[in-house]
Structure formats: C-alpha cells, structure tokens
Design a protein around this ligand. Structure first.
Ligand code: FDA
Length: 397
C-alpha cells in the first residue's frame, strides 16, 4: 500500500508539475512535503501575483556551469505550453513588460491549478511529512518518513534551493546528492540585493528609497554582463531589478559599473553647454537624475549645487560625468539567502540526463527545479525552468 511508482519530495512548482504529469500518464505518485502550507514560494512570488513564465524564455536566460543543459527540457515544454494550461484553467493574466506574465488575481490561482492537475493524476499526498532518510535497496528506493516507510521505483527530488529558509527552504536536495555521490556546484544566493561597507555607504544611505533606470554591468570581456533595469537605493546598499539581475553574475571582490544616466554623455553635454547652458549644476543634473540623488552625487564630489558650469574647468565636469556615467563600486557581499529569490549553483548538471533529469550514477533518482545548477534571470524564467524540468522528469519516471 505504501509502494508507488514515483515519490516526489517537495510539492513546490517543479514537484507538483512533475507529479501531475507522471500521474496523468497512469503512474502511481506520492507527493511528500514537510510544509503545512504548500507551494509557499509560488504564493509570495511576483508580489503575490506570480510571474509564472516569460514569453521569451530561452537557454540564454539561465546561469549554469553548462549553459546548454537546460535547452532540451525548455524546448520540450515552452512558455506557450504553460500558457495553454493557464488558459484551460481560465486563469486571467496580463503581460507586464519584457514578456513577463502575471496572474490578474492572485498566485493562489496557479497553486489551485497545479493541485487540480495533480488531482487528475490521482496523486497521493503526504503533508506535512518529514523525510528522515532515503536509501536504495536494489531497484527500490526506501524513504523513512514521519508517516512511516514509503517505497518507490523512482524518486524525484524537488525540494528547491536554500533561499528564504523562514518559509521552509532546506538543503535536503544537496544532502541527498552528496549521499549518492553526486557533485554539486557550490550554491550561492542569486537575485539578491547587494550590500556595501558601512562607512563607505554612509553618504548614500540617506538616498534610500530612490529608484531610477540604469545600465549596470559586471565582469570582463567574455564574462561581461549588462542589464538596463531599475535600481533601488536601500539603507545598506542597492536593490531593484538591475541589482537582482547582476547579482547572479557578480563575483565577490570585483566591481560593478553603473551608468546612472543611460544614453546621455553627461560630462560631454556639460562641457558643450558651457556657453549656452546658463543654469546651475543642481538644476542641470536634475534633468537626468532624481534631485536627491543629484545632490548626493554633488556632495560626494565636493561640488555645490549652485555652481555655474561656465565657471568650472572641463576636467572637473568630465570627472563629474564619469561619476554619473561610470559609477564604479565594489559590494562587500549580499543580503544572503534571507533575501535571495533563488539559489545559484546546485546539483552539477554533468551528473544528470538532459532528457529525464535522472542521475546517471543512480538509476531512478531525479533532481528538478531550483535544486539543479540552472538558475534563471529575474522575470518568470525560474518558474519556466521549474515547469519544464518537472515535465521532463514526469514524462520519464
Ligand atoms: P520550491 O521552493 O518552489 O519548492 C520546494 C518545495 O520543497 C517546498 O514546498 C518546500 O516546502 C519543500 N521542501 C523543502 N525542503 C524539504 C524537505 N527537507 N522535505 C520535504 N519537503 C521539502 N520565480 C519566477 O519565475 N517568477 C517570480 O515571480 C518569482 N518570484 C519569487 C519571489 C520570491 C520572494 C522568491 C523567494 C522566489 C521567487 N521566484 C520567482 C523563484 C521561484 O519561486 C523558484 O525558483 C521556484 O519556486 C523553484 O521551484 P522548485 O519547485 O524547485 O522549489
């Protein structure tokens, strides 16, 4: 009675998708989760409206030591496929920007849809249920759980990454991978606000709450990444989509370069305007920057807002232009898993089949979703990976 074709551990985005697909193929599936409230990350995602996919999602939107690994699963289950499911469940949605699709009403709609799909597959539930140990006895896996012993021919680990421990994230997937001798790519927080040394950040702390569109970049040559998104000043550092995006690429100890006035060569414009631009510096900068930020930058560069550019040497104007167009700063770290939307790194993709997400060393053991070293950009890509990897494993088990 407690034997199943498939045991899925972790009833989040990837796990429920996998269970539903396997169940609807006629496999007997049990879904196990330690949480009392299921799929909490879907619930809080996208500000409660769940940015459930991105119309443009492709392998280029993912970070992984093997950027090609995600290609197969993403090609076999596309954003349009997920959208088809959303439409069949009559969930109303809208596109925000850059292909990001959100629920009109609530993320609960997506959770209800996944539960309904699991219901169609006659999935059995064990929640809340703690998995104490996973072992393999010949062809069968044996799970020692708080609800007794469960055996299964296939085990799918869908317990996610380390971000937001307060809503139930654990290192379960990584522990099981290590137990079965699978390699990990060192996990680290991704899509996370970045912090700066207290004293160095002091002049910027009062700017907390200011948001503006910037170009932000990190890395050199081949590893260089750039995004044009909104930046948000916080008391401890920088956040907003621009910083969350770049954080997944930023290497500790290296600088970020921020262009606070994209599309405008500030130094050159000021120099060229010396004859005709009669206004003072503060007013001129306010056309490109929020005035509080302009004041802060002038202070940081020992300049007065009332200074007239006509009276200033070109060199000084160029230096100010550089401070705005090429602001270089080195974060001292990040807000960590407490605030990170995702975990970069995870199960090394070289251990897994692209087709089935099964560990080649351990037949029947699959890893899907965020636990795997495939991390999406901000904008609905992480859920698309959860759906696609869930379907790939669901079709294989
Ligand atoms: P997920 O974390 O969804 O599920 C893991 C499940 O495993 C959970 O139900 C957990 O309780 C369970 N579990 C963990 N340890 C266990 C154990 N030891 N035993 C049993 N069960 C265990 N992405 C996106 O594309 N669009 C968005 O809008 C957002 N927004 C967003 C906001 C915030 C605040 C966060 C933190 C994250 C996002 N994300 C996102 C990222 C997205 O939520 C994430 O990538 C997916 O939920 C990953 O899906 P998984 O199924 O892999 O893990």
């Amino acid at each position: 009675m407690n034997h199943f074709d498939v045991a899925v551990i972790g009833a989040g985005a990837a796990g429920m998708m996998c269970g539903a697909v396997a169940g609807q193929r006629g496999r007997s599936v049990v879904m196990i989760d330690h949480a009392t409230r299921l799929a909490e990350k879907i619930r809080i995602s996208g500000g409660g409206r769940c940015n459930f996919t991105n119309l443009h999602a492709g392998p280029q939107h993912f970070v992984s030591e093997n950027p090609h690994f995600c290609r197969s699963a993403l090609a076999r289950y596309t954003p349009q496929d997920f959208l088809g499911l959303v439409k069949r469940h009559r969930i109303s949605y809208h596109e925000k920007h850059k292909g990001q699709l959100f629920c009109d009403r609530s993320a609960e709609d997506i959770i209800d849809m996944l539960k309904a799909e699991c219901g169609l597959g006659n999935v059995a539930w064990r929640t809340p249920c703690k998995v104490e140990a996973v072992g393999k006895d010949g062809e069968r896996f044996r799970l020692d759980t708080s609800e007794g012993i469960i055996t299964a021919s296939n085990v799918v680990i869908a317990s996610g990454g380390l971000s937001i421990p307060k809503i139930g994230a654990t290192d379960f997937a990584f522990r099981i991978a290590k137990q079965f001798g699978l390699k990990l790519v060192e996990p680290r927080p991704g899509l996370v606000p970045l912090t700066f040394d207290g004293a160095a950040w002091e002049p910027f702390a009062p700017l907390s709450g200011i948001a503006l569109e910037v170009d932000i970049e990190t890395g050199q040559k081949k590893s260089r990444m750039q995004f044009r998104e909104d930046l948000l000043f916080t008391h401890r550092g920088l956040s907003g989509p621009a910083v969350l995006q770049i954080s997944s690429f930023w290497q500790p100890g290296t600088p970020l370069s921020v262009n606070l006035a994209p599309g405008e060569d500030v130094g050159e414009t000021l120099i060229q305007g010396k004859g005709s631009l009669k206004k003072n510096l503060g007013n001129l900068l306010a056309q490109w920057l929020p005035s509080r930020l302009a004041e802060g930058l002038l202070q940081a560069n020992d300049l007065q807002a009332g200074a007239r550019i006509a009276d200033m040497p070109d060199k000084q104007l160029r230096r100010l232009g550089d401070a705005i167009n090429r602001w270089s700063l080195v974060p001292n770290g990040s807000e960590g898993y407490r605030k990170a939307e995702v975990t970069c790194g995870g199960i090394d993709t070289r251990e897994l089949s692209q087709q089935s997400l099964m560990a080649s060393k351990v037949p029947g053991l699959h890893f899907i979703g965020e636990a795997v070293d495939v991390t999406g950009w901000l904008g609905g890509y992480n859920f698309q990976w959860a759906w696609a990897s869930g379907v790939a494993a669901g079709l294989a088990v």
